[in-house]
Design a protein around this ligand. Structure first.
Ligand code: MG
Length: 342
């Protein structure tokens, strides 16, 4: 198998701000995995929270390129086990490689990734689109720009979170969700949950820091007026078990867990434990969005607006329009690279 790496700096439509900081461009690494006359695509973007740069992701992947040249490809799952031992320090790189392996395998077998899992494209929930932190007036303007989207996710973690939500509620009938990105205390979360429930908010994503004490997470789990979904607290496979009894649901993202192979296993485990299931994304191109969309039939909540937030991106894949996730139009993950779009 031959690895080819592409790096892109993708401009965002608007500055994107969460409780930890702002960004106006996103750097991403796209992996092209060549084998038997076909090629598959995968992606991992930079993330300062998780400590990965385009440089570090590229060098992790380059470090296994020679070994991969002699590797006998059978299935994406076998490749994941092989690669996990070599990329245990870099799950973003592992995720990009695994997405590419699933895309490649589907193209070779002439099937989509979700169909290979025995799934059909039914009951795929609509995706939210994200309004990030700004002045209340600017957040209302951004919300108005998303007229027609049925679900809006709002980034919080400011001194005036409830005021923001009251203003947004007055200006929209959409389903509202909030994501505090670790910025709240136990008391704030419980108090906010009561007020947000009155505004019809659907759930709260990751109110407490990922490393908050178990007793704090349990108190929020038991006292919150709204369901609590783990994001930063649910990264890898073992975390699903750890979240059971401390969260009502888990937000599984490919780059956190190391790709589609573990994501399918995590969703099965979450469902068997009665946890709500969600898949989210980073700000990333249609390469990673097309891969994550394959999980769609297994999800209660979807947040796959990553490519929607970009002004330009280098791929042609699964489209998310006014919340609707269109079914993949091609085998594998249903995505092709088109550098002229970048
Ligand atoms: Mg989140």
């Amino acid at each position: 198998m031959r690895l080819e790496l592409h790096r892109f700096e993708m401009p965002l439509r608007n500055v994107f701000t969460i409780s930890r900081g702002s960004m106006s461009t996103q750097e991403t690494v796209i992996v092209e995995l060549h084998h038997d006359g076909e090629s598959g695509l995968g992606e991992a973007p930079r993330s300062s929270y998780y400590g990965h740069t385009a440089e570090s992701i590229s060098s992790s992947l380059e470090s296994i390129a020679d070994d991969l040249a002699g590797y006998e490809f059978t299935t994406p799952e076998a490749l994941w086990s092989w690669a996990q031992r070599r990329l245990a320090h870099d799950y973003f790189a592992l995720s990009a490689l695994d997405q590419a392996a699933h895309d490649l395998y589907g193209k070779l077998q002439q099937t989509t990734v979700f169909a290979r899992q025995g799934l059909s494209w039914t009951n795929v929930p609509s995706s939210s689109v994200t309004v990030s932190i700004a002045s209340i007036e600017a957040m209302v303007r951004e919300l108005e720009g998303y007229a027609g989207w049925p679900i809006i996710k709002v980034k919080l973690g400011t001194p005036n979170d409830l005021e923001i939500m009251q203003a947004l509620r007055q200006n929209s009938d959409a389903i509202l969700r909030v994501d505090a990105n670790c910025a709240w205390t136990v008391e704030e979360t419980i108090r906010n949950s009561v007020e947000l429930a009155k505004l019809g908010v659907e759930f709260i994503e990751q109110p407490l820091p990922a490393d908050a004490p178990i007793a704090a997470k349990r108190e929020v789990f038991e006292e919150s007026a709204l369901p609590i979904v783990a994001d930063e607290s649910c990264q890898k496979e073992d975390d699903v078990r750890q979240c059971d009894g401390l969260f009502h649901g888990v937000n599984i993202k490919l780059c956190k867990c190391g790709g589609l192979t573990p994501a399918f296993r995590m969703l099965a485990e979450a469902k068997s434990r009665g946890l709500l299931t969600m898949t989210g994304c980073m700000i990333e191109s249609e390469v990673a969005i097309s891969a994550a969309a394959q999980l769609g039939p297994l999800l209660d909540f979807v947040d796959l607006d990553g490519a929607v937030l970009l002004a330009r991106q280098p791929a042609n894949g699964v489209k998310v329009e006014l919340g609707t996730i269109h079914p993949p139009q091609d085998f594998g993950c249903g995505v092709t690279l088109d550098s002229t779009l970048a």
